[in-house]
Design a protein around this ligand. Structure first.
Ligand code: TYM
Length: 332
């Protein structure tokens, strides 16, 4: 039986990277699978969050997911802190994962920066909590952008070690990542070698899902490029990170592959391609941004959806956690 789980941090703005790398795929998977989508507020506080902002961002990201077509009736949408099983299983995984495994995590190194002594210990064990998120549901598939691949490999290592240590060969599934679409790693508009991120200090580096048509057009107009025209074959994008990124975005927004996209726009100068790209971006993001604003008028309804979602999430994880306690040897 296939079960989909994925999570997103309720920090700052949702970006085009979140949308193309994850959320759009989450929405599409709902037709064929049982899906559980989580706003990971416990992950968010690995870096300090202002409480009012955290609450506001949680509701805003919930509105974003709903506006993108996540269906909270057929599937589950909730925030992580309302299901304590995530934190309990994460503790058990803290005792399964090895220091050496976590020392290899590139995201920790990036987020901790130079001053590693001053990083929260939560930031270090963050991937264990992520494994707990997934395995508390025994989820089989996890749709994410490419930047989460290393964390998912760790989740597999944790599942395998747990199964092996307690001699329960099939207890946790070895979860598969689903990295889908033409833009699995959307890059900064200012630097084609850096990931587009909600935490980049420059707002010009990213397209936010709440940006209006003027902001989108301006950011794309100012996006870094090179002097050449677009190639007509995908190989021609090699060594041209900014061109590659804009073409990937264009292809993903249109839901086609890069070859097909270049069939339309290959040979064009950026001055001609950029307005075309802006129009596609506005036509996809415009209605989503408007729907988000509409949903945010009724915060109580969003809170109700999350509360109900968490109740249904607990109905899945409570029996799995009971099994886990039994396996580990806790009296209950
Ligand atoms: P987060 O909140 O950073 O991002 C949410 C999702 O968006 C994808 N994404 C991108 N995809 C393509 N290009 C980009 N520039 C880009 N930026 C973000 C991410 O890959 C992700 O799929 N640790 C996770 C949240 C998490 C989680 C989980 C995910 C917690 N528990 C369990 C899956 C399963 C994170 O920080 O994602």
């Amino acid at each position: 039986e296939n079960r989909i789980f994925s999570g997103i941090q309720p920090t700052g703005n949702l970006t085009l990277g979140n949308y193309l790398g994850a959320i759009r795929n989450w929405a599409a998977l709902q037709d064929d699978y049982e899906c559980i989508y989580c706003l990971v507020d416990l992950h968010a506080i690995t870096l300090f969050q202002n409480p009012e902002e955290l609450r506001r961002n949680t509701r805003e990201v919930a509105a974003g997911l709903l506006a993108c077509g996540i269906d909270p009736k057929k599937h589950i949408l909730f925030n992580q802190s309302q299901n304590q099983d995530h934190a309990e299983l994460a503790w058990i995984f803290n005792c399964v994962a090895r220091m050496g495994w976590l020392n290899r995590m590139t995201q920790f190194k990036e987020k901790a920066g130079k001053n590693r002594e001053n990083a929260s210990t939560g930031l270090f064990v963050y991937p264990n909590l992520m494994a707990a998120d997934i395995l508390a549901y025994k989820a089989t598939h996890v749709p994410v952008g490419e930047d989460q691949k290393q964390h998912l490999e760790l989740a597999r290592d944790i599942a395998a070690k747990f199964n092996n240590d307690w001699e329960k060969p099939d207890f946790f599934p070895l979860t598969e990542p689903l990295i889908l679409g033409a833009a699995t790693r959307v890059m900064s508009l200012r630097d084609g070698t850096k990931k587009m991120s909600k935490s980049d200090p420059s707002d010009m580096s990213r397209i936010n899902m709440t940006d209006g048509p003027d902001a989108i057009a301006q950011k794309i107009r100012k996006a870094k490029t090179d002097p050449e025209a677009l190639p007509s074959e995908a190989e021609g994008l090699e060594g041209r990170p900014e061109a590659q990124n804009l073409v990937n975005i264009y292809a993903a927004l249109r839901g086609v592959d890069v070859e097909t996209a270049l069939g339309d726009v290959g040979g064009k100068q950026f001055s001609e391609f950029k307005p075309i790209l802006s129009d596609v971006a506005v036509s996809v993001l415009g209605p989503i941004g408007e729907e988000m604003q509409r949903l945010l008028q009724d915060v109580a309804e969003i809170d109700r959806i999350l509360c109900e979602g968490s109740e249904r999430s607990r109905a899945i994880t409570n029996p799995i956690l009971r099994e886990v306690r039994e396996v580990v040897g806790f009296v209950q």
